[in-house]
Design a protein around this ligand. Structure first.
Ligand code: 3EB
Length: 339
C-alpha cells in the first residue's frame, strides 16, 4: 500500500519546472451561481443546460439525455489568461499551454457520416499543424444514431473509416485518448471537441484490453484510432471511454450490472498501469467520472454500484448510445491533483 497523502499534498505536487504550463482542471457545476471567471477554457454541457454560461466563454452543447434530474456542466478551467478565436469551422480557446477546440458539422452538407468525419478530421489535422498546440491529448466525438446500419455500414464503423481518412500528421506520434458516443435524439450534427497541448502527453494502453487501434477485422473495416488514456506532464490522467471489453471482446451482453463491474476492473487495471508511468497516485487525486448509460431502466443499479465503487469521486450520469450494440454502459474519467 502506498502511504497516504500528507496534508500538504498540493504543495508537494507543484510541477518541479515552473516553466511547465499547468494543465486545465476539470470541475462539475450544477448551478450558474459559481463564478465563472475569464479563466475558463470551455464549458461542456452534455445535456439540457443547467448552468448558464457567459456568452464569451467557449461552450459546447452535446444534446444527450438527462437521466437524474440536472446533469452538471463540465468546466475546463484554464491556468491563466485565455485567448479565444475561430478558424474556419473551428472554435477554440487556449491558455499558455493548452487549447480546447470544437467543430460541428451537419452531415447533410457532406453526404454521409464517413465523409463528414473525414472532413472534420481533415480540418482538425490542418488546424493542429498550424496552431502551436500540436499534440492532441484528448478527443470527444458525438453523433446521431451510432448503431444504425448493418455490419461494416454501421454508422460508428463508418465514422471510424472517415476519422482515419481525415487524420494525418497529428496522430503520427500516438493517438489521443477519446470518447465516441451516440445521441439518442437526432441533431444531424457530428460534433468533435478536443484538448491539444504544446507539450506531448504520454499515451497508455490497458493491460486487460487489446489496443483499439489493433482491434481485429471483426469489429469493422478500420480500427478505431484512440489510446486508452493520456498522462500529462503534471501527472493528470485523462481516461478514454471505457466499457465491458476484455481483450477485444464485449463481455456480459444484456447485463448492465455485470458490464459495470467489468468496466470497473478495466479502470482499475488502467489506473494501476498509469501510475507506473507517472500518473498521480489516487490517494492524492480527485477523480471525476462521466457514466454513459444506454437504457434508463439500468440507471438505478448502475448509479448505486458506481457510487459505491467511487465513494469520493464526482460522478455524472447521462443517457446515450455506446459504440457496440451490446454495450450498455461506458465510463470516462479524469484523475487530477487535489486542490
Ligand atoms: C471501446 O473500448 C469502446 O472510437 O473514439 C471508447 C472510446 C470506444 C473511444 C472511439 C470508442 C472510442 O472500443 C468504444
Amino acid at each position: 500500500m502506498p502511504p497516504t497523502a500528507p496534508p500538504c499534498a498540493t504543495f508537494h505536487r507543484r510541477p518541479a519546472e515552473s516553466m511547465t504550463p499547468r494543465a486545465p482542471r476539470l470541475e462539475y457545476h450544477t448551478d450558474a451561481t459559481t463564478a465563472l471567471s475569464d479563466e475558463v477554457l470551455a464549458i461542456v454541457r452534455l445535456s439540457t443546460p443547467v448552468c448558464a454560461s457567459p456568452s464569451d466563454v467557449l461552450t459546447v452543447d452535446v444534446g444527450l439525455e438527462p437521466v437524474q434530474g440536472a446533469v452538471p456542466a463540465a468546466v475546463w478551467r484554464a491556468s491563466g489568461p485565455v485567448t479565444r478565436g475561430r478558424s474556419g469551422m473551428i472554435r477554440y480557446a487556449h491558455d499558455a499551454g493548452f487549447l480546447f477546440g470544437v467543430i460541428e458539422a451537419h452531415e447533410v452538407a457532406y453526404g454521409d457520416i464517413r465523409r463528414t468525419a473525414r472532413t472534420v478530421y481533415g480540418a482538425i489535422d490542418e488546424f493542429q499543424r498550424a496552431s502551436g498546440f500540436p499534440h492532441l491529448i484528448r478527443m470527444w466525438n458525438f453523433l446521431d444514431a451510432l448503431n444504425d446500419g448493418a455490419g461494416d455500414f454501421e454508422r460508428y464503423r463508418q465514422f471510424c473509416v472517415g476519422r482515419a481518412e481525415g487524420f494525418g500528421e497529428s496522430v503520427r506520434n500516438g493517438y489521443p485518448a477519446a470518447t465516441a458516443i451516440g445521441r439518442q435524439r437526432s441533431s444531424g450534427v457530428l460534433q468533435v471537441f478536443w484538448i491539444a497541448a504544446k507539450a506531448p502527453g504520454r499515451a497508455i494502453e490497458n493491460p486487460r484490453q487489446v489496443s483499439a487501434y489493433r482491434y481485429p477485422r471483426v469489429h469493422g473495416p478500420v480500427s478505431p484510432g484512440f489510446s486508452r488514456a493520456t498522462i500529462l506532464q503534471d501527472g493528470t490522467l485523462l481516461i478514454s471511454g471505457t466499457a465491458s471489453i476484455v481483450g477485444h471482446v464485449s463481455k456480459h451482453p444484456n447485463d448492465a450490472r455485470a458490464q459495470l463491474a467489468e468496466t470497473l476492473r478495466n479502470l482499475d487495471a488502467l489506473t494501476c498501469h498509469a501510475r507506473e508511468h507517472g500518473a498521480i497516485p489516487s490517494e492524492q487525486a480527485e477523480c471525476l467520472l462521466t457514466v454513459y448509460v444506454r437504457r434508463p431502466v439500468d440507471l438505478a443499479l448502475i448509479s448505486t454500484d458506481a457510487r459505491e465503487a467511487f465513494p469520493s469521486a464526482q460522478l455524472m450520469f447521462v443517457g446515450a448510445d455506446i459504440c457496440r450494440r451490446e454495450l450498455l454502459v461506458e465510463i470516462e474519467c479524469v484523475v487530477q491533483a487535489q486542490r
